[in-house]
Design a protein around this ligand. Sequence first.
Ligand SMILES: [Mg+2]
Length: 334
Amino acid sequence: MRLDELGEFGLIARIAETVGAGRESVIVGIGDDAAVLKTPSAGYLLVTTDACLEGQHFRRQWLTANQIGRRAAGAALSDIAAMGGEAIAVFVSAGLPPTEEVAFAEQLICGVHEAAAEHGAALAGGDTFASPDRIYLDIVVVGQAQQPWLRSTAQPDDVLLVTGTLGEVSAALHLLESGQPQDVDGLPSALRQRFARPTPQFAVAGCLQQLSQPPCAIDISDGLVQDAAHIAEASAVALTIQAAHIPVAEACREVATEAGADPLQWALIGGEEYELLLAVPRASVEQACTLVEAEGVELTEIGCVTAGEGITVVDADGKEIELDQSGWDHFGPS
Ligand SMILES: [Mg+2]
């Protein structure tokens, strides 16, 4: 059946049935004029929005409908994790061509629902509309934090830490763009997981609540160097990144080497990684590493914060490394 046969309300009713009640703090979810959320008893509400457009942010031929929904929700949820928060409710507005199959639309929304549920949040509402040709998704996430982590709190002498490994998404993109394989299901498993199911770092956000002061943090959505520049600017400090310390993923090394590219550049510049970049005082580094590693996540010291401005990436001899490009800017020159 096509969407123009089922209609908007038919689709919403089906989605509401699939999604169910969700979590306790969502008093009313899908179905009324607005969702009703219980106000956190302490701390702050967090709200973020993240939109994606077919052809611009994803290629339909690479992903299933479920994977498109999961990726979009993962990216939006990651911003709540980057604020040191917990996700409560997810809202999705979807633009779909009326000639689209109902099953495709359901799978797309199910992908959003599954990603939300995996991270403890409920899909609590949204909107649907007819899009002339391409798929459009806008995801809003409401979360809460006792003490939000900001980009603007890095201090000179802080240490830069990054979770996980970098470069897998660039490697996956390189393979997909070269047409080998034709979709994410043909990617090596480490790359498939990373590209199709980005993991917001809620485990890290949870365990680092034990630090005596909240870290400065950002999620790596635009690329390590670009996101580091966001911290430098917001905190009015300079950041130095030691290239030799970057945790470049093994799969990135393999694919880049095969392609005659530099894996380090992929790890420095590639976006959509959804790892966290943190700045913490030297005295907290050991505790942070112990806490994060207990969650099964690597935490690597990659540089430091000093007085000044801007980003410098240096090699083992302290010599500055030139970058191919600084990262992702939606409206910037490509
Ligand atoms: Mg972000």
